[in-house]
Design a protein around this ligand. Structure first.
Ligand code: ZN
Ligand code: ZN
Ligand code: ZN
Length: 504
């Protein structure tokens, strides 16, 4: 390996390295540039830090680098001037600006975590010529915009048991474009061809149809910025999550194939409380009433969905309901319909085994925080509530939390209507999905007598159909809720597979 002397003057630095700024392309990632640099100059990651590192990196005595030093989104460990002088452009500024340009299309608050995947992901075609793009880390695309091929996180040779984060340090691809196992991601002839290939790389990722359509959304930014995409959903499970965003923005009533719920157009103006519902609680202090109303509407949604399930799914299983509790002590085989419903009820109400078809477990409303009725989803609901408040009402953290940083303010009469609408829609969506999952469990356990006490044998938001929420920002805007049902995993399909031991 070539021996490098690092304390060159700036003029010398430019001449010392094999590099041309024409090897860099728009939206090329920092990972790509650093690996190209290592490849062309036969240098190591330690050398990279010494060549481009910030002052604190330069002052380190040892070659022990932290995860923060290797961060490829922020390039905190690197010095802008050195990058500019040696590469011919300010890589750090470009990376930060380009990732922000993508995020700016979507939401006002930038959530790196929601939209950028922290596992290293590459296109098997692009990487053959040593190219990796910021778009390969962008969660709404699961295919390469240039090749339409699925992105991968796995080494084709060793299968990659690597701890492969999108990071220079927490990544087992320590040699230029080469896995720990020796597998070379880049074509072998690139050793001769790299300079020519990199400077003539003709395809501009911005011209690809995916990226063009993404940037097209800027023309609809007024709506795009109001869309919430759930971070409960693992976006990597979908082939092209971007399509859902695009359809949410561009759905026309006449040709929409997914489910859309829309509120009335003046939902944001409706600020009074439901007097009838609240007459029962008229003695509670005024500021606590919206909180109670939210709680009771969510409970009402739950009860009405439960009633609907009883009238449909359990219609022919009255006898099974009666014998269900007995089956805990007797080894009778359980009716899967009732078992699914019972577990679903127990799960939502935090019950153990003693559930009753017509009564619901009573619990106190939380008086000092927003109470979303469901305990198991309250963290997720809290997060959406904060997003709603900051997006819709431009509330600052202090107004949302008051003096206690962990306790949310009460729902106010101003935001009650929209809060009720959003959370009742979302709750109904989650409730249907929980039932689906419990029906799948009951199907798998058919013929056995299995009870899950205090435990859920599936991941919390498993199978959750993709959904987006559109918040109304202005007085004449409606709230929208879009759902893309899972065609092969529906409640109806599972019900067809269940057999009741008592009704044959
Ligand atoms: Zn590609
Ligand atoms: Zn490997
Ligand atoms: Zn039955």
């Amino acid at each position: 390996m070539k021996k490098l002397i690092y304390n060159h003057t700036e003029e010398n630095l430019k001449r010392t390295f094999a590099w041309s700024s024409s090897w860099y392309h728009p939206y090329e990632s920092a990972w790509s540039i650093f690996h190209k640099f290592m490849f062309a100059n036969k240098v190591t990651i330690n050398d990279l830090f010494k060549i481009f590192g910030s002052e604190s990196i330069q002052n380190k005595r040892s070659n022990v680098w932290s995860k923060k030093d290797g961060d490829l989104f922020t390039l905190e460990g690197f010095d802008e001037k050195r990058l500019q002088d040696i590469l011919g452009f300010n890589l750090k500024a470009n990376i930060i600006e380009e990732s922000a340009t993508i995020l700016k299309i979507l939401i006002q608050k930038h959530h790196y975590k929601v939209f950028y995947i922290d596992t290293f992901r590459f296109c098997p075609e692009c990487i053959k010529i040593g190219y990796h793009s910021t778009f390969h880390q962008f969660k709404l695309f699961n295919t390469c915009p240039l090749h339409n091929k699925p992105l991968s996180s796995i080494c084709p040779s060793c299968g990659g048991g690597w701890k492969n984060e999108y990071n220079l340090i927490k990544n087992e691809i320590k040699h230029p474009f080469q896995c720990q196992c020796g597998f070379l991601f880049i074509n072998e002839d690139m050793a001769r061809m790299f300079a020519k290939t990199w400077s003539s790389n003709s395809h501009d990722i911005r011209d690809s149809s995916l990226v063009t359509r993404l940037f097209e959304l800027n023309a609809h930014s007024e709506k795009t910025k109001r869309i919430h995409i759930s971070d409960c959903i693992d976006l990597t499970n979908y082939e092209n999550p971007f399509e859902y965003l695009y359809l949410t923005v561009n759905s026309k009533e006449e040709n929409t194939k997914h489910i859309v719920y829309k509120s009335s157009k003046n939902i944001n103006k409706i600020k009074c409380l439901d007097k009838k519902l609240l007459s029962k609680y008229i003695f509670t202090p005024r500021h606590k009433r919206p909180n109670k109303e939210l709680y009771f509407t969510l409970k009402a949604t739950y009860k009405s969905i439960a009633r609907h399930f009883r009238k449909t799914i359990l219609k022919d299983h009255k006898k099974c309901i009666k014998s269900y509790n007995r089956s805990f002590t007797h080894s009778e085989s359980i009716c899967p319909f009732v078992s699914a419903y019972a577990h679903w009820r127990g799960h939502i109400e935090d019950h153990e085994i003693n559930w009753h078809v017509h009564t619901y477990r009573k619990r106190k409303i939380a008086e000092n925080q927003v109470d979303f009725y469901t305990r198991s989803d309250s963290d997720y609901f809290f997060n959406i509530y904060i997003e709603l408040m900051t997006g819709l009402y431009n509330e600052k953290d202090e107004t949302i939390y008051g003096n206690e940083p962990s306790i949310l303010h009460y729902v106010s009469p101003d935001n009650l209507t929209i809060t009720k609408y959003t959370f009742n829609r979302l709750f109904a969506h989650l409730l249907h999905n929980y039932l689906l999952n419990w029906l799948i469990v009951a199907h798998n356990d058919m013929g056995k007598s299995v009870h899950y006490f205090y435990s859920r044998p599936f991941m919390k938001y498993k199978n959750l159909p993709f959904y987006t929420i559109v918040y109304p920002f202005k007085d004449n805007e409606a709230a929208e809720f879009h759902i893309w049902p899972n065609k092969d995993k529906t409640i109806e399909n599972i019900l067809k597979k269940l057999k009741c031991p008592n009704n044959s």
